[in-house]
Design a protein around this ligand. Sequence first.
Ligand SMILES: [Zn+2]
Length: 256
Amino acid sequence: MNNFNKSVIVLHAHPDDTEAFSAGMLKLLADRGYRITIVTLTAGGLGGMSGNREKTIAIRKEEARNAAAVLNADYYCLNQKDGYAYDNAEMRIAFTNLIRKVKAGIVISHLPVDYHPDHRVASHIAEASALVASLPNVPCEEAHLEITPLFYHSATIDLSDPMGEKLTEPHFYLDITSVIETKVEMLSYHLSQIDLMKHMHKMDNFFELMKAYNEKLGKTIGVKYAEVYWQHLGGGFQKEALIQNELKEFIHKNRI
Ligand SMILES: [Zn+2]
């Protein structure tokens, strides 16, 4: 059995993605002694109604920092442009550097078949960065890890791929009923998103919608609130079911 550090690093595209898709799991892991690091690829500069991208970026970084603080988590931004995110060597090296800095045992990102182009880019960067985290020849400041971290994927609010096809069944459902208030608290720091969602998606209450999404997933497994995950089991990654074992009592419909 390999030994993975109790350190989780998450790369999502925008501020509030981590809170929306993974806060429940992160809270459960933090309560079990895991160090959490939240990274966003962009600062979500398009996600504001002020008409000023710089102002929006400053607001959203502050919101993300405050939300991360709920889990005593550090927050980093890779400062790519919201809506125009690219996968490139600079981004991969920057994220590998962070993986090494926090000595991550677990990396979490979006699904490679997520509906949002920025999410797909973040997922590719996370995968490529994690894959080489243990290789000494990668041009990083931080020393290489002893072992490639485990890699997991979170789901979006819409469980379908970019073509609208239903995604494969998640590898497991996670009962987050006991930590839903923490998730709501973290989301509540993203006040800028309420006006935006009203304008963009005609959603009256963004936070309630996120909760309703977790409620819908919960119904599938007979609990109040749930999140869903896949583990990256392709070549190059270790396959230990670490999170599934660590959070055993919260896992349902585990199919790996
Ligand atoms: Zn997003």
